[in-house]
Structures are given as C-alpha cells and as structure tokens.
Design a protein around this ligand. Structure first.
Ligand code: FE
Length: 351
C-alpha cells in the first residue's frame, strides 16, 4: 500500500516536472513562423523585423519565385513546415487554392480591413487568401506613332486601327490570364474570344519577354502599344539611369477603360498554409500585414497600392501615375476564369 502511494507521488511529481520542463519548449515553438514568399524587396526587411518586434515571433523565410514555391509545397505535402504563403497575381493564388495549399481561416479583422472583392473564400470553411497590395494593368504607347485616344480601352487594342502595333507578353502568363479572366467576367466568353482574335491579328510580333520588355519595344518603335503592370512602369519612371530615362522620354501611358469599367486590378497576397505548424502565429502575421504600418511597407516595396483604403502612402512614382478608376470585380472570380481564358487563347492561337 505504502509503495503504491510513493509510486503515485513520484509519478505525479514526474508529470508536474515534465509539464514544467515542456512549457518553455512549447513557448519556443509558437515563437516562430515559416514564411514561403515570392516577394524579395528591400523594404520587406523592415516589414518582418517590425512584426518580430511587436510579437516576439521570429520569421524564417524561404524566398523563391511563385512556380518554385508551388513545386516545393507539392513535394513537401503534408510535412511542409510552411505557415504562410505569399504569392503574386490572382491567377497564381487561385491555382494555389485549388492545389490545396491554403488552410481556410476565420478573422473578423481581415474581413473588416480587406475589401471583399480582394480576397477569396472557400464555403463553408472560411477565408483562404487575401490581397495585401494592388497593381493595375496599364497601356503604354509610343508617343510618335500612336494617338492615346486610339488605345484608351483594352477593347480598342483589338480593333483594326491598331493593326500591326500591339505587343504583349505570352497569353499563358498569369498576368494575361487574369486580365482575360476579368474580361470574361465582365463581357462573357464569346465577346472575349472575339477580342483575343483581334489581338492576334493586331500583333506587331509574336508574344515574348516580360512586361518591361514590352515597354522597351514600345520605346524603340518595334511596338506601337503594349500592356504592363503598373510597378514595372513606375520602376522606369523613378529610375535615374540615363538608359531608362531615354525609354521614358519615348513613351506615354494610358489608364484604360476609365469611362467604362475601370482599369484591370490585380493583387499580391497570401494565406495560411494547409499544414501550418504555427497556424495561430500565421493568422497573427496576416492580420499584421493588414495593419496601417505594414500596409505601407508591403505596398511601397514594389510600388503598389495598399488594399486598406484608409492607408495613404507617399510614393513619388505612384503620384506620377495619378488617380484612376479601378475595375470592381471579384479577384477570386478572375482567378477562377483562368482556365476558360487559357482555352479561349488556344482556340484563337494567342501564344
Ligand atoms: Fe511582376
């Protein structure tokens, strides 16, 4: 009887001691966050260190481009240490959602801060990914060759007046798939296919290169008009390099569809990873990204606009671009339409 009591006492003590010993370990465990990010901007250092300062949570970063991150997440599967995934463009974010990379979450704060059309959800589980900054898809034209009034809508680029003048990057790139996905949402598949057909007829050259290459080709006169994400243009506008200033002197830009549906808007954003070992810290990090100070860093890092409307940033490049009317459709619907967009491009031979 006595032996049993002593044993019980020893067991209880061991349990208690074990619990005490385990405490600091547990505390250590929740004090870090594994971030898989397709971002790589200088201002991000301040963004991350500010979060660590505020919460004591250390951020371990894996940086790679969107495709490499997706490959990595696929191969790691359920064992992935990822807590938060950051990517750019609705097309990629939506694909990541379909690939099952995100864990749906609940957050009243994120719901209140981020406009409904700039986030995605999976019913009934919860919110899957969020836009944290926006970029616009602009028209750039050669001032000597093109009248801006002939290129002030996406629709006009496909009209006969622009025959032999139009350049874009590959139609299969997420930036193009999202633009076309948005058009499908606004105008339907049939009208969008007609537009894509007109674009193919009007091309100055087969699609190649990135957005900056399109701007350069417009400056050189090889193309009369092209499409680019706003931050590539801002980067050139802000550049002090003589070769960049030479490019800028030859081009003009237009905010398309200002009298109608508004310019196509996309996002950089992210969500909590499916098997996040630190999912509480992950939600905390996303909520931090929607805070006033983080919104400034996040958007400024790549010359983009904050998604939280009350946040104003001082950015000379964005000031040059001026105010604009934005398209007001669901970014999740745009992402979803990319499959229909790709099919329609294949049908009309848009490479
Ligand atoms: Fe980009």
């Amino acid at each position: 009887m006595k032996t049993l009591e002593i044993r019980k006492f020893l067991e209880a003590t061991a349990l208690l001691l074990g619990g005490l010993l385990a405490l600091p370990l547990y505390a250590q465990e929740i004090k870090e966050l594994n971030l898989y990010s397709a971002r790589h901007y200088q201002t991000d250092e301040a963004l991350y260190s500010d979060f660590t300062k505020k919460t004591g949570i250390k951020i371990n970063r894996i940086e790679a481009d969107d495709n490499a991150l997706a490959e990595r997440l696929k191969s790691e599967g359920a064992n992935s240490p990822a807590d938060v995934i950051l990517m750019v463009d609705a097309a990629r974010l939506w694909r990541a959602q379909i690939d099952g990379f995100f864990k749906p979450i609940q957050s009243k704060y994120l719901e209140s801060r981020i406009p409904e059309n700039l986030r995605s959800k999976s019913e009934p589980e919860g919110l899957t990914w969020f836009g944290f900054s926006t970029r616009a898809r602009l028209v750039v034209y050669n001032k000597a060759k093109v009248n801006p009034l002939d290129v002030d809508t996406y629709e006009k680029l496909a009209e006969p007046i622009n025959k032999g003048k139009v350049c874009t990057r590959s139609g299969a790139h997420p930036y193009m798939l999202s633009l076309i996905g948005a058009m499908i949402e606004r105008r339907g598949e049939k009208a969008t296919e007609e537009w894509a057909k007109g674009m193919v007829v009007n091309m100055a050259r087969p699609p190649r290169g990135g957005d900056t290459d399109q701007i350069k080709a417009v400056a050189s006169g090889e193309c009369g008009v092209a499409l680019t994400n706003s931050y590539y243009l801002v980067r050139l506008l802000r550049s002090t390099k003589p070769e960049d200033q030479a490019i800028v002197s030859k081009i003009g830009f237009v905010w398309p569809n200002q009298k109608t549906t508004g310019v196509h808007i996309n996002v950089a954003g992210g969500g909590v990873a499916k098997n996040a070992p630190h999912s509480q810290a992950a939600i905390q990090f996303l909520e931090y990204l929607a805070s006033d100070s983080a919104q400034e860093y996040f958007a400024n890092g790549n010359n983009e606009w904050p998604v939280v409307k009350s946040v104003k940033i001082e950015n000379e490049g964005l000031k040059i671009l001026g105010p604009y009317k934005a398209e007001n459709i669901s970014i999740a619907a745009i992402g979803k339409n990319q499959i229909a967009a790709q099919r329609l491009l294949d049908r009309v031979g848009y490479k």
